[in-house]
Ligand binder design. Sequence first.
Ligand SMILES: NC(=O)C1=CN([C@@H]2O[C@H](COP(=O)(O)OP(=O)(O)OC[C@H]3O[C@@H](n4cnc5c(N)ncnc54)[C@H](O)[C@@H]3O)[C@@H](O)[C@H]2O)C=CC1
Ligand SMILES: O=C(O)C1=N[C@H](C(=O)O)C[C@H](O)C1
Length: 235
Amino acid sequence: MKIALFGYGKMGRMIDEISLERGHQIVARIDEKPGEIPYGEMEVAIDFSVPESAVTNIKGCLSKGVPVISGTTGWLERFGEVSDHCEKVKGAFLYASNFSLGVNIFFELNRILASMVDKTGEYEVGIDETHHIHKLDTPSGTAITLAEGIIENSGYKKWALDKEGPETIPIYSHREGEVPGTHVITYTGGVDEIRISHEAFSRKGFALGAVVAAEWILGKQGVFSMKDVLNLGRK
Ligand SMILES: NC(=O)C1=CN([C@@H]2O[C@H](COP(=O)(O)OP(=O)(O)OC[C@H]3O[C@@H](n4cnc5c(N)ncnc54)[C@H](O)[C@@H]3O)[C@@H](O)[C@H]2O)C=CC1
Ligand SMILES: O=C(O)C1=N[C@H](C(=O)O)C[C@H](O)C1
């Protein structure tokens, strides 16, 4: 598969390595100040860049008929615009706030736990996320997806950075050293506490998931998520 990388930072470099291990070819490594982009040479584009450039990069590829995998976080207020564009040009687009298999299992577990706990009315939820000091966006995209999963399965109505009120999920963001990504969901009650967590040991899981998604999207049309790629349904 001929892959173009948009964003050649920490993730772009890791995806490069894993793509080559899986027998793919990198036909473009596009970073800041892209210049001429060789759309004709690429079969699929993978964007792990910066919030300000993600929409331009994604729409540019879709307009040229190139399917796009996007992992960049911090631009999601424009998700509707991008998916409308994808439908309009009959393209293929997949976004995930987190591509790792473990986090996608964690997303499902979070939804089930939220709906069970909600029935008791005994616990208050909080989300903690810890990442490296270079991260540009707060809170993490993964924490937002987790909060959305709780909102869809409980009486919570929205999320906010820090504590706001009974219908708001507080997200506490921590930036420490080189932490690849840790997410903890805590339900605190009067007599006990329930906690689930996911800790990435490196960026390898994110990168592998993005390459698997790129392999999966070839030949497809539409707007997809990792749920379409991974078969995580319950029996
Ligand atoms: N969905 C997921 O599983 C994951 C998502 N991420 C997200 O991916 C993004 C990138 O993360 P990192 O690689 O750690 O950041 P990074 O800062 O190491 O790399 C970003 C790169 O984008 C480049 N860039 C700037 N303007 C650009 C443009 N116009 N076109 C293309 N590239 C441009 C920068 O020069 C930099 O090299 C972040 O938004 C991060 O939150 C990170 C890890 C996993
Ligand atoms: O910036 C990162 O590093 C990460 N970003 C993603 C996010 O915002 O959730 C995914 C992962 O946690 C690492």
